[in-house]
Design a protein around this ligand. Structure first.
Ligand SMILES: NC(=O)c1ccc[n+]([C@@H]2O[C@H](COP(=O)([O-])OP(=O)(O)OC[C@H]3O[C@@H](n4cnc5c(N)ncnc54)[C@H](OP(=O)(O)O)[C@@H]3O)[C@@H](O)[C@H]2O)c1
Length: 323
């Protein structure tokens, strides 16, 4: 397979919003590989909120610009570089954010360098665009529920944000492991969230969530997963901190319950990704695509992402011919 020296890629030129700082460039060098990295011809790349947050917030002395943004990809290995892969392998995975700070080279490009340890063979029962939207969010949900919170079969979990991509995979993974799931979302997404398997639904637009939950007089949940986080628009910071206070911080002597909590940061781990891929191959969890965009239309895709209203993943067809 012949690899060109330059490629078409989106570049982040300065600190700001996608509309302000993203531009397409047809003459970006194809990345060179370090030991342990493979070169992937990107078929599809999915957007993640962390990318526009980094774009708008991380100063130049930490992250050198211009750089190629984004983390998730599905594509074909074109230089296996002595790794476990061979040329032509169909893979998916994601690039962690901190390493991208050191050697910035993201997935919104025709070619991406990726640590071989961060890739596995893609499930072939789903499309390229569906595959691209799985790794980062499904791994976040998987690691949060099972590696950090140690959720077990027969236990219950509350997913705050059942229609976020992280929340949607958390619901599916919890149900696939025999757990009871309650989830919040706005009323328009009730059918979507219940369709993923949620046993109980709470509309967060009807009132402060902690009051709704207290009034519902529910048994205690074994795990409470916060899958919303700071949202780009319409984020109710007061409501968020009230929820954080009630659910995570309020000490027992002020009426809080006993619980431990962790802020998690998804970690690249080939074994976990392999497990996620197996769930998909076995049909136990399904990909969730909100919308797909042509490579040239990435700015429109970011508009959709920063609306905060996507239900599932926003995926860019880097190769226009992929399904
Ligand atoms: N720590 C980590 O490692 C890690 C990894 C991945 C993601 N994250 C973070 O996790 C969060 C979710 O990411 P994502 O990609 O899954 O988001 P996303 O899919 O882009 O989230 C969009 C969804 O959020 C819902 N939403 C907005 N405000 C809500 C609220 N107050 N309560 C419940 N749902 C609400 C919207 O539903 P409605 O239209 O119904 O409101 C929409 O469906 C982000 O803050 C992201 O940065 C962290």
């Amino acid at each position: 397979m012949s690899i060109p020296r330059t490629q078409r890629a989106w570049l982040v030129a300065a600190k700001g919003t996608p509309a302000q700082v993203l531009r397409m460039d047809d003459n970006v060098p194809v990345p060179t590989l370090a030991k342990g990295e493979v070169l992937v011809q990107v078929r599809a790349a999915a957007l993640n909120p962390v990318a526009y947050k980094i774009m708008g917030m991380v100063p130049g002395f930490i992250l050198k610009r211009p750089y190629i943004p984004e983390h998730d990809l599905a594509g074909i290995v074109v230089d296996a570089n002595g790794s476990k892969f061979k040329t032509g392998d169909e893979v998916f995975g994601f690039l962690s954010a901190p390493p991208a700070f050191r050697r910035p080279s993201g997935t919104l490009a025709q070619y991406a360098r990726v640590p071989a340890s961060a890739l596995v063979c893609r499930p072939t029962n789903i499309s390229w665009t569906e595959a691209a939207g799985i790794p980062l969010v499904a791994m976040t949900a998987y690691q949060a529920l099972f590696k950090i919170a140690k959720l077990e079969a027969g236990q219950s979990v509350f997913v705050n944000g059942g229609s976020t991509a992280v929340g949607a995979f958390a619901i599916q993974l919890a149900k696939a492991n025999g757990c009871t799931v309650a989830a919040s979302a706005s009323g328009k997404n009730e059918a979507f969230v219940r369709g993923l398997g949620a046993d109980e639904f709470f509309d967060y637009t009807k009132g402060p969530l902690h009051e709704t939950l207290a009034a519902a007089n529910l048994p205690k949940f074994h795990v409470f997963l916060e899958a919303v986080g700071p949202q780009p628009k319409g984020f109710d910071i007061g409501g968020f901190w009230k929820l954080v206070w009630k659910v995570y911080l309020q000490p027992g002597w002020l009426g809080g319950t006993r619980r431990s909590w962790r802020i998690i940061s998804v970690a690249n781990n080939g074994d976990d990704l392999q497990r996620v891929a197996a769930y998909v191959s076995e049909g136990k969890i399904k990909p969730i695509v909100d919308s797909t965009f042509a490579f040239e239309d990435a700015l429109e895709a970011y508009e959709r992402m920063t609306s905060g209203r996507a239900t599932g993943k926003i995926v860019i067809k880097v190769d226009p011919n992929v399904d």
